[in-house]
Design a binder for this molecule. Structure first.
Ligand SMILES: Cc1ncc(COP(=O)(O)O)c(C=O)c1O
Length: 440
């Protein structure tokens, strides 16, 4: 106390409120992706780091006319607060979008959100008490790990391979955690064109994973923003299509239309949906009426399926160029070859550290996301995520050439100074899926 009875602040020089934050705020830290955006957005840097969709491929005129029509015909409604659950017309259209992935739900159970990121936050808020366990693939989406941390969850990674999450690993992880008396709240999974791993959960594994979760009374949180962006074979039916009661499904218009609208959605079992609406109302009152109405108008007037086809064509070409350039310039590494989505996961020899290497890469004018961003437990050092969604094919070629200069420079250094002898190279893409220390 000071002499006038006012409590003394115990902050530090940078932040006088340091001592006053809630404990959960300690889970909030700038992700590697976020810290990178400032540097990587310099025009001379080829950024293979972010996950920005190539929105220039959209029919701009049609979007402008959708906005204009909404404002001219329904301006006062578009500018007003709306329902916490989202506008019914759009929720109906969302059913059509989901039907493409085998999902048949009721419009009552769709809740629109401010991007699927907000739905992720709300579901976590509803289910997680500090210390609860969330199961997630190894690696997993950096933005989800951030949300889970902010609610003080313990994220336990489950091994995956080039066919996605491994059912046996899931079974063993659950048994091990249960043996320790830990409370598992849900399995967070990105079955299609995974961010960051680029792999897709095999069709034959899907019923098995659902069955394991059902037997163990573990909810599945299925995050599927990339599902319609396949290059060859469409993705297998969504987990939600196989188990309507055991899955909360998250979808988004960010990758198939544009993230600037910030429109995503959740399709939840009826009881969960009720709570989700209450949580949404308490967080934001209602999602943007204007954005939802413009997206709805776009879906009603544009040939959106054909537009998604065009996106597929662009992304496919870029992915092919990236994979070809990796083969040409970095044959000593291994990588996934995705059948959709935005990302390639690259594995380097174990002695290389993608986080430490990043400043050197940025100096060479190329940026990527270090693998550590995608693990809650510090793994992923010898891996990186490369995005092919935004840069042009020429930029991708230049970027991979620059990356090769950096990686080869590091390997030369190690070879020269460490006297390591022949380097041990990864035989195939490796998701660093050795169990975390607390599971050993
Ligand atoms: C797997 C995954 N989930 C959720 C999101 C968030 O998307 P939205 O823009 O719908 O909030 C992203 C964005 O990159 C993502 O990759």
């Amino acid at each position: 106390m000071t002499t006038d009875g006012v409590p003394e602040r115990t902050g530090n020089n940078l932040d006088p409120w340091y001592a006053n934050y809630a404990e959960r705020a300690s889970g909030l830290s700038a992700s590697e992706v976020r810290a990178l955006f400032a540097v990587a957005s310099r025009p001379e840097v080829v950024s293979l780091a972010g996950g920005m969709p190539f929105v220039s491929a959209l029919p701009q005129e049609l979007i402008v006319s959708s906005m204009e029509k909404v404002m001219r015909e329904q301006g006062p409604t578009a500018l007003q607060y709306g329902s916490g659950q989202g506008i019914p017309e759009l929720r109906e259209q969302i059913l059509d979008v989901m039907a493409l992935e085998g999902i048949h739900g009721s419009v009552d159970n769709v809740v629109t959100s401010t991007g699927s990121q907000q739905a992720l936050d709300l579901v976590t808020k509803l289910f997680i008490d500090p210390g609860d366990v969330i199961l997630a693939e190894a690696p997993s989406y950096v933005g989800a790990i951030g949300v889970f941390r902010s609610y003080q969850a313990n994220v336990v990674h489950v091994a995956m391979d080039d066919q996605g999450l491994i059912p046996e690993a899931l079974r063993q992880t659950i048994a091990h955690l249960r043996g320790q008396g830990r409370r598992i709240k849900f399995l967070y999974t990105i079955p299609n064109f995974h961010n960051p791993a680029g792999v897709t959960l095999a069709a034959e594994r899907r019923p098995e994973i659902i069955e394991i979760c059902r037997q163990n009374e573990i909810l599945i949180l299925e995050d599927n923003p990339y599902g319609l962006l396949h290059f060859d074979e469409p993705a297998p039916d969504a987990l939600r299509a196989l188990d309507p009661e055991g899955v909360v499904y998250l979808g988004s218009f960010s990758k198939t239309l544009a993230p600037g609208f910030r429109v995503g959605w959740a399709l939840a079992p009826h009881a969960v949906r009720e709570k989700l609406i209450l949580a949404a109302e308490s967080a934001i009152l209602s999602p943007s009426s204007f954005s939802q109405m413009v997206v709805s108008e776009y879906l009603a007037t544009a040939d959106w399926r054909e537009q998604i086809d065009r996106f597929r064509g662009v992304y496919r070409e870029r992915k092919d160029v990236m994979v070809e350039a990796l083969g040409e310039h970095l044959p000593q590494l291994s990588w996934t070859n995705p059948n959709g989505g935005f990302y390639v996961w690259v594995t380097m020899p174990e002695m290389l550290d993608s986080k430490q290497m990043l400043p050197r890469a940025v100096k060479e004018l190329v940026a990527y996301t270090p693998g550590t961003a995608f693990f809650a437990d510090g793994r992923g050092r010898h891996a990186m995520r490369l995005s092919f969604c935004y840069p042009t094919t020429d930029q991708i070629r230049v970027g991979i050439r620059r990356l090769a200069t950096v990686v080869n420079g590091e390997l030369d250094l190690l070879d020269t100074f460490a006297g390591t002898g022949p380097l041990s190279l990864p035989p195939s893409p490796d998701f660093d899926s050795a169990p975390p220390s607390d599971l050993k």
